[in-house]
Design a protein around this ligand. Structure first.
Ligand code: CAA
Length: 387
C-alpha cells in the first residue's frame, strides 16, 4: 500500500491550490454577500482544465484520474465552497453521465464546450415533490407519433447552476407504470423553447452557486438527444450520483480544512487569561477532534476516488465507498465549521472573517446529492442485503 500521491497528482494539487488561494479566496466574500455567479473565476477554472478534470483531452478535458478530481475539489472548496459546487456539477453530474452513456456525437457536441469551461452544464433529477425519493418524479417525456422527438413537460427543482446553464442532463418518466424502470435520461439545450427558468433560490450558504427551478413546457427533445436507452434513466442517475458524492466528500474535506486551519492559527495567536487559548485543554480537545475527523474524511474520500477510478476498468460499482465518504466527510465539515465558530467566539460570528461562511456553507453537504439519512440507508442496504 502506498499513500503517496503521484507526481502528476501533486502537480495538479499545487496548480489548484495556487489558483484557489490567489484568485478565488480574494473574491469569495464579495460573491457570498451579493449572491452573484462568479463568471470570471469559473472561466479561469475552465482555462486551467478544472471543468473537465476526468474528461479525455479529445473532448476538451484534462484526461486526469478521479483522485486528481478530488484534489482539485478540496483545494477549490478550501477557498470557497460555492465555486467548488459549480465545478462539481460540471465535472461529476454533467460530464460523467455523458461520458459513460453518450454516443460519440453527443460527447462531441455536449461534453466538449462544458469540459473546457466555455459552457455550463446542470443536472435535473429533483422535483418540488420528490427529492430523496427520486423515482417518484412526475416530469413526463412522450415520444411523438413519428418517433422523431420527445415532448417533455414538468418541473425540476433545486437545479444547481440552473440559472446560468447552457445544457442539462435530465430525467423524465417515459413509462410511469414501470416506476424507476420507466425513467429515461435526456440532454437538453437551454436555448430551446419550452426551457423556462424560475427565480433564483435565496440560500443559507454556497450563495454564489446559482440555484433555481426549471419548468418544461412542451419542450421538444430530438430523439438523438436521449441519453442511453428508454428506461435506463434511473440507473444512469444513480451511477452519476455515485461519482457526484465523491466530489461532495472532497468539497466537505476542503471546508473542514479551511475551518481547521483558521482555528489552529487563531488558537495560537489569541490570548485569554494571560495565555494563548490553544494552551487550554478545552480548545485542544476541539482541535484534536477536528484534526482526526479531517484526516479520516480525506482518507475515505481518496479511497472512494481510487475505487471509482478502478471501477472504470472493472465495471464494478463504487456506491458503498462514495456514500461512506460523503456521509463521513459532510458530517466532519459540519463538525469542524461548528467548532471553528466556537473557537473564534465573537469573531467566528462576525462577517469580518470567513468562519461564519464556512459554517453556513458546510450545511448543504449533509443535504444535497443525497442527505445523510439517504447515505445511511444506501450503506445499510448494501451491507445487510436487506431493504
Ligand atoms: N448504480 C446503478 N444502479 C443503481 C444504483 C447505483 N448506485 N442504485 C440503484 N440502482 C438501480 C437498482 O439496482 C435498481 O435496479 P434493479 O431493480 O434492476 O436492481 C434501481 O436502480 C432502483 O433502485 P432502488 O430500488 O434501490 O431505488 P429506490 O427507489 O429504493 O431509491 C435511493 C434508492 C438510494 C433512495 C435513491 O432514490 C437515492 O439515491 N435518492 C437520493 C437522491 C439524491 O441523491 N438526490 C440528489 C439530487 S442531485 C443534487 O443534489 C445535485 C445538486 O444540486 C448539486
Amino acid at each position: 500500500m502506498d499513500f503517496a500521491l503521484t507526481e502528476e497528482q501533486q502537480l495538479i494539487q499545487q496548480v489548484a491550490r495556487d489558483f484557489a488561494q490567489q484568485e478565488i479566496a480574494p473574491v469569495a466574500a464579495k460573491h457570498d454577500a451579493s449572491g452573484e455567479f462568479p463568471r470570471d473565476t469559473i472561466v479561469r477554472a475552465g482555462e486551467l482544465g478544472f471543468m473537465g478534470v476526468e474528461v479525455p483531452e479529445a473532448y476538451g478535458g484534462s484526461g486526469l484520474d478521479t483522485i486528481c478530481y478530488a484534489l482539485v475539489m478540496e483545494e477549490i472548496a478550501a477557498a470557497d465552497a460555492a465555486h467548488s459546487t459549480i465545478v462539481s456539477v460540471n465535472n461529476s453530474l454533467y460530464n460523467n453521465g455523458l461520458l459513460s452513456y453518450g454516443t460519440e456525437q453527443q460527447k462531441q457536441r455536449f461534453v466538449t464546450p462544458v469540459a473546457s469551461g466555455k459552457a455550463i452544464g446542470c443536472y435535473g433529477l429533483t422535483e418540488p415533490q420528490s427529492g430523496s425519493d427520486a423515482a417518484a418524479m412526475r416530469t413526463r417525456a412522450v415520444l411523438s407519433a413519428d418517433g422523431s422527438h420527445y415532448v417533455i413537460s414538468g418541473k425540476k427543482a433545486w437545479i444547481t447552476s440552473g440559472p446560468v446553464a447552457d445544457y442539462m442532463v435530465m430525467f423524465a418518466m417515459t413509462d410511469p407504470d414501470k416506476k424507476a424502470k420507466g425513467i429515461t435520461a435526456f440532454i437538453l439545450d437551454a436555448k430551446q423553447d419550452g426551457f423556462i427558468r424560475g427565480k433564483t433560490e435565496p440560500k443559507l450558504g454556497i450563495r454564489a452557486s446559482a440555484t433555481c427551478e426549471i419548468e418544461f413546457d412542451n419542450y421538444r427533445c430530438p430523439v438523438e438527444n436521449r441519453l442511453g436507452k428508454e428506461g435506463q434513466g434511473f440507473a444512469i442517475a444513480m451511477d452519476v450520483l455515485d461519482a457526484g458524492r465523491i466530489g461532495i466528500a472532497a468539497q466537505s474535506v476542503g471546508i473542514a480544512r479551511a475551518a481547521y486551519d483558521a482555528s489552529l492559527q487563531y488558537a495560537r495567536e489569541r490570548k485569554a487569561f494571560g495565555a494563548a487559548i490553544g494552551s487550554f485543554e478545552m480548545i485542544q480537545h476541539k482541535l484534536a477532534d477536528m484534526k482526526c475527523k479531517l484526516e479520516a474524511a480525506r482518507l475515505l474520500t481518496l479511497q472512494a476516488a481510487w475505487k471509482r477510478h478502478q471501477a472504470k476498468h472493472t465495471q464494478q460499482r463504487s456506491t458503498l465507498e462514495g456514500s461512506i465518504a460523503k456521509l463521513f466527510a459532510s458530517e466532519a465539515a459540519m463538525f469542524c465549521a461548528h467548532a471553528a465558530v466556537q473557537i473564534h467566539g465573537g469573531m467566528g460570528y462576525s462577517k469580518e472573517l470567513p468562519i461564519e461562511r464556512y459554517f453556513r456553507d458546510a450545511k448543504i453537504t449533509e443535504i444535497y446529492e443525497g442527505t445523510s439519512e439517504i447515505q445511511r440507508m444506501v450503506i445499510a442496504r448494501l451491507e445487510t442485503g436487506l431493504r
